[in-house]
Design a protein around this ligand. Structure first.
Ligand SMILES: Nc1ncnc2c1ncn2[C@@H]1O[C@H](COP(=O)(O)OP(=O)(O)OP(=O)(O)O)[C@@H](O)[C@H]1O
Length: 344
């Protein structure tokens, strides 16, 4: 099951392909933890895909797998087609080029990602020197321009990370991610450590940059409310699988998978004071990815579980025109899905 794209660049449209096309991605750590299992998704230029799920459901592993940033010994199968090229099989030299110029990552916690002993201008200039073959003066100039582009004075290039606030550091991370003009940005919990006001500013900045530069965006968060406010589409992950996907507002407001419903109820509605004070938690924890339950991996925690859930294959089923959910209670299986004929 692929998350449909709505927009493509001229080149992509001509080639009939999205910017990023992930097919059947499976990641198993050396420990045996099956952290990502059979994930399909796609992102077009100008499209913002949110990936939601509680801690441990495989979101960061998915992000790291897209750019082959996982530890040695991790088994990764499937395809990660970036502009039609499979990142998983390309040579390392090409992977290094793709990491900044094709797609770049904004990680959570900028203080840990920035080098404390180097000026931020030099840190932004580094990938430009490396990948753009710029002169040191040219790279420095571009670093200042990038800082201004993300709303910081160019003169802050001379500052060290500890001289900036958390929000300013996150802006630096975004400037750095943009340094080599990537086409796709992967933002892993980009606002988690920030207060609500600064979080909103950073989200608006990301939205503005995506629109201006026609970038593709994958934004990862546990917070469905934030994702639904920022993204066009949402994919909800549980125990390494996408269990629900569709238009962002629809998934947030009318989730069909019991896990999607629980995640949605766990966060207050933006602008809705009635639910603001009554978010509902979900009892229990996600399963250990080394010892997953049979059938639907959510069934041990699911308030709607029936006997069939212990053997269900978690096929995504039609929950709306462009909305899918992997639950036996939802609609009919995708006609193209293997082994689903005659399923409920
Ligand atoms: N290097 C690793 N070796 C073995 N298992 C790992 C490794 N990194 C993550 N895992 C396991 O893989 C599963 C998915 O972890 P991951 O960090 O991708 O989840 P997540 O949804 O991003 O969580 P969080 O929001 O807390 O970062 C977890 O069970 C985790 O313990």
């Amino acid at each position: 099951m692929t998350i449909e794209t709505t927009e493509t660049t001229t080149a992509d449209a001509a080639a009939g392909r999205p910017l990023l096309d992930v097919r059947d991605l499976t990641v198993t750590y050396a420990s045996g933890a099956a952290a990502v299992r059979g994930v399909d998704l796609s992102v077009a230029a100008g499209q913002k895909l949110g990936v939601a799920g509680e801690s441990g459901c495989g979101k960061s592993t998915l992000a790291l797998a897209l750019l082959r940033l996982l530890p040695a010994g991790t088994k990764v199968t499937g395809e990660v087609l970036l502009d039609g090229e499979d990142v998983l099989t390309m040579k390392w030299g090409r992977v290094r080029a793709v990491r900044w110029a094709g797609a770049s990552v904004v990680f959570q916690g900028a203080m840990h990602s920035l080098n404390a002993v180097h000026r931020i201008g030099d840190q932004i200039a580094e990938p430009i020197l490396l990948h753009k073959k710029a002169t040191p003066a040219g790279a420095k100039k571009k670093a200042r321009e990038l800082l201004e582009h993300v709303g910081l004075p160019g003169a802050r290039a001379d500052a060290y990370p500890h001289e900036l606030s958390g929000g300013q550091r996150q802006r630096v991370m975004i400037a750095m991610a943009l340094a080599c003009d990537p086409r796709l940005i992967i933002a892993d919990e980009p606002t988690t450590a920030l207060d609500v006001m600064i979080q909103a500013q950073i989200l608006r900045l990301i939205e503005q940059l995506v629109a201006e530069q026609d970038l593709g965006l994958i934004m990862i968060s546990h917070d469905l409310a934030v994702l639904s406010d920022t993204c066009d589409r949402l994919a909800v992950m549980y125990a390494g699988r996408v269990v629900e996907e569709g238009p962002a507002q629809e998934v947030y407001e009318r989730a069909r998978h019991p896990y999607g419903k629980a995640l949605s109820a766990a966060f207050p509605r933006i602008g809705d004071l009635s639910s603001r004070f009554a978010p509902r938690g979900l009892p229990g924890d996600p399963p250990d990815p080394s010892a997953l339950p049979s059938g639907c991996t959510f069934h041990p925690r699911c308030p709607e579980a029936i006997d069939a859930c212990t053997t269900d294959d978690q096929t995504l089923r039609v929950a709306g025109p462009v909305h899918r959910a992997a639950c036996v209670h939802v609609g009919v299986p995708e006609p193209s899905a293997p082994g689903v004929e005659g399923a409920p």
